[in-house]
Write a protein that binds this ligand. Structure first.
Ligand code: ATP
Length: 453
């Protein structure tokens, strides 16, 4: 991999994200807050499209999964029982030369000698455990009795509500509970844009099953999740499945896969798919004294279900979508001279804006009126952008840069001025091929809805 080119590519992506309103630095006017990001008007649409599609395939299109939405703050006992209070930590070292605080597993190893990746310094402190949970106090007194944490993962809310959800949904094993929500980790080195943030969102499924089904369901969910990424426009050859080794895996897990993507800054994890056995439910049953068992009507047996967990990062997937979509090609400007065109080739399903509508000229009342009629016609079905300013080629280019897959232009043919047969037709332009087709206005909503479904 050419690291220079890729660093340049990443720089271009970060700058496009800011320029076009996908992602801004949090609290930017005050110098920012490391590891925190805000999504602008286009970023929030992209993020919602991703979350909605995940919810659609994981919950709405299945009989065996229901959703929930847990609170971010929970009783501290949850984090004691889950093991997070004692063990959710990264070993960390300080570099005495450049004062950087570093994760021990990210040091450079040169012939057995550890070095600082920032300055190459070898004068490092011994590793110390650093808990990644953000501590906070609930209520008016700030003492030990009021301590809790911002959740570092959404999964624990699912485990502690397992019994309630089971009772109300009346599901039989195997079945799952899905959740999308914020998580917080006081990462030592937030970096690579939004990839490693301190505040982020997760899309998690806890799929409960019998012990004997665990390993098979681990394979099943790995395959399902790979399909998901392909269906949002990330090609299979850019995805990699890493089998997490026995040493690296959590002690209670019987098998874990990391689904990785080739980011411009290297191959990195998008999602973990882990077979967590009955560890979490057993821990909570023990600590709370409440039964979290499942009663099998047929065999009349009571037992604690096992669980397979596909846990994906919203922000990492949004970043992967942007990185994958970013491309540059050549297209003619208004005078026919070739120029570099920046295009975000989002899958239409993910694109923040699905269709842009343009009157050919803004000072022709009839063209403008017709274009606005089309906006009203399409708006109930998809996100639309209306643009009447500037030369048409420039307007197309602005939409290419934000990944709008379709452009509809209202011209004199639409008004029937040149050929009566073409009245009430428009040109429909495809972002990727730049090809144009003539389409009846009355067919537009259905045709576009099909292409973005
Ligand atoms: P990493 O090894 O990169 O720190 P992890 O293995 O600790 O990640 P998990 O605990 O498995 O991550 O969390 C599940 C998913 O949540 C990850 O695959 C990732 O997509 C997302 N995630 C975890 N930490 C962060 C973070 N700091 N910023 C953004 N997303 C994150």
């Amino acid at each position: 991999m050419d690291s220079k080119t890729d660093a340049q590519r990443m720089e271009k992506i970060v700058s496009l994200c800011k320029r076009r309103g996908f992602i801004f630095q949090s609290s930017e006017i005050y110098g920012g807050l490391n590891g925190c990001w805000d999504y602008g008007p286009l970023g929030v649409e992209l993020k919602r499209n991703l979350k909605n599609y995940w919810w659609r395939v994981m919950v709405h299109e299945r009989d065996d999964i229901v959703g929930m939405d847990g609170s971010i703050l929970m009783n501290r006992a949850v984090w004691k029982a889950s093991g997070h209070e004692d063990t959710f930590s990264d070993p960390m070292v300080d570099c005495r030369s450049c004062k950087a605080r570093l994760r021990a597993d990210q040091l450079i190893d040169k012939k057995g000698v550890k070095q600082c990746p920032n300055c190459g310094g070898k004068d490092l402190t011994e590793p110390r455990a650093f808990n990644l949970m953000f501590k906070t106090y609930v209520g008016a007194t700030e003492d030990e009795s009021s301590v809790t944490y911002l959740r570092p993962e959404t999964a624990q809310a699912i485990f502690v509500q397992f019994k309630n959800v089971l009772e109300v949904s009346r599901k039989k094993l195997p079945f799952g509970i899905a959740q999308i929500g914020k998580a917080f980790r006081n990462e030592i080195n937030p970096r690579n844009f939004t990839f490693r943030s301190r505040e982020f969102e997760q899309m998690e499924l806890e799929y409960f099953c019998r012990a004997e089904e665990g390993m098979q369901l681990l394979e099943y969910w790995k395959e399902e999740r790979l399909k998901f990424y392909e269906n949002i426009g990330i090609p299979r050859e850019k995805l990699h499945v890493k089998t997490v080794s026995d040493e690296e895996r959590a002690f209670y897990s019987k098998g874990t896969y990391d689904i990785e993507y080739d980011f411009p800054f290297g191959r990195q994890e998008l999602e973990g798919v882990a077979y967590r056995t009955d560890y979490d439910l057993s821990q909570h049953q023990k600590a709370s004294g409440k039964s979290l068992e499942y009663f099998d009507e047929e065999t009349k047996q009571k037992f604690i279900p096992h669980v397979v967990e596909p846990s994906a990062g919203v922000d990492r997937t949004v970043l992967a979508l942007i990185c994958e979509a970013y491309s540059e090609d050549e297209a003619p400007d208004e005078k026919g001279k070739m120029e570099t065109r920046i295009v975000l080739r989002f899958h239409p399903r993910m694109a923040p804006i699905k269709c842009a509508v343009f009157p050919l000229l803004k000072n022709k009342e009839q063209l403008v009126a017709k274009a606005k009629e089309i906006v009203d016609l399409l708006r109930p079905h998809m996100s639309i952008f209306y643009d009447e300013s500037g030369a048409i080629g420039r307007r197309y280019r602005r939409q290419d840069e934000i990944g709008t897959p379709f452009g509809v232009t209202v011209d004199f043919e639409t008004l029937g001025e040149k050929d009566r047969q073409l009245q009430d037709t428009v040109t429909l332009r495809d972002r990727d091929s730049m090809k144009q087709e003539r389409v009846n206005i009355s067919d537009l909503a259905q045709l576009l809805s099909r292409r973005i479904a």
